[in-house]
Write a protein that binds this ligand. Structure first.
Ligand code: FEC
Length: 311
């Protein structure tokens, strides 16, 4: 047994290799294997981003290491980070087991995504809690940190930088609009009073205010390929509407994500960019947080606050 506090750092997870894409996709689909068409489509998107490399893995590793360093600065010797992925190895349960093996008795769980939804963060936490209960670990949860001042500052700086890049790329064409975005979810989350949408709007509004952005709106992206209705409008439809309104430049700020990965590098940088170009608009995207020091501080401070439950 140890008196150290474990930190279970959870993230979405990505395949280990191209051969692993089918198993990964089957896991996302709760055990239902994808059709050959769906599988080929997903493999094609991974190939398009960086020739079969899976950037999310290295980025998550970097974020966990960066967070460990930051916690060490804030409270030397107190915290030990463990990684737990939702859809890939090491799974959430593996992370909790590793903590138990090291004799950890109390831990804080946090997800590398700032906004709470029953379907996203709630799903991660349920799995973490079940395993922790089974292994006798007390678990405190960070549910969301979407208005942490350091997160807002990091995003504000990125919007300001992105607007400068957009201006250069478009030769100063006006008007421009900032499009805040996040991963869509099935529209049924609205009926259960899920806070996801509200929290995303709060982040967007706060960043727009701090960056002095007058013209902005929120839109969804990356909806799943299922028959049920998903939250909209989707970014590709929003681009169409904006072009009809005469908008010439768009800066996408995917505030629901914190890392360079498929949903950013493909859905925005390839697909949305191409649609925008076809409509005569220039599209740029803010840089992702990845290991940004302000993001590491956001996580570390949120963890410290949750860990105060143990003292
Ligand atoms: O780079 C990578 O390898 C992984 C990128 C990736 C991230 C991500 C984040 C979120 N998702 C969320 C919800 C859903 C729901 C479904 C769903 C499906 C997929 C598929 C791929 C995928 N997601 Fe994802 N998501 C990423 C990748 N996601 C690939 C399957 C093919 C497709 O539809 O494109 C639908 C599942 C179902 O069929 O029932 C729902 C949410 C997030 C943001 C929060 C978080 O990071 O946890 C919410 C990154």
């Amino acid at each position: 047994s140890t008196d150290k506090t474990g930190v279970l750092v959870m993230s979405y997870g990505t395949p280990q290799s191209m051969d692993d894409v089918e198993a990964y996709y089957t896991h996302i689909r709760r055990g239902h294997p994808p059709t050959p068409e769906l599988l080929a489509d997903l493999k094609g998107r991974y190939e398009a981003i960086v020739g079969g490399v899976f950037p999310l893995r290295e980025n998550t590793n970097g974020q966990v290491a960066g967070l460990q360093d930051k916690l060490e600065q804030l409270a030397p010797g107190r915290y030990v980070c463990y990684q737990g992925l939702r859809h890939a190895s090491p799974f959430i349960e593996d992370g909790v087991e590793a903590m138990a093996k090291d004799g950890i008795k109390q831990a804080v769980a946090i997800v590398l995504a700032p906004h709470y939804s029953t379907m996203s963060i709630g799903g991660y936490m349920k799995r973490a809690k079940e395993k922790a209960d089974e292994l006798g670990i007390r678990l405190a949860e960070v549910e969301s940190y979407h208005l942490h001042p350091k997160l807002l500052q990091a995003l504000t700086e990125r919007v300001q930088d992105g607007l400068r890049r957009l201006d250069l790329a478009s030769g100063g064409a006006e008007p421009v609009k900032v499009l805040f975005s996040a991963h869509s979810l099935p529209a049924k989350i609205r009926e259960i009073g899920d806070p996801y949408e509200q929290q995303l709007l709060e982040t967007s509004k706060a960043v727009a205010e701090q960056a002095n952005v007058e013209h902005w709106q929120f839109t969804w992206q990356s909806a799943g390929r299922t028959k049920e209705p998903w939250l909209g409008p989707d970014i590709l439809d929003t681009l169409q509407t904006l072009s009809e309104e005469g908008v010439k430049g768009v800066l996408v700020a995917p505030v629901g994500f914190v890392s360079d990965h498929l949903e950013v590098l493909y859905d925005l940088d390839i697909e949305a960019k191409q649609v925008a170009a076809g409509l005569g608009m220039t599209l740029e995207r803010i840089q992702m947080l990845n290991r940004d020091p302000l993001y590491m501080e956001t996580l570390a401070e949120s963890i410290q606050e949750a860990a105060s439950a143990f003292t």
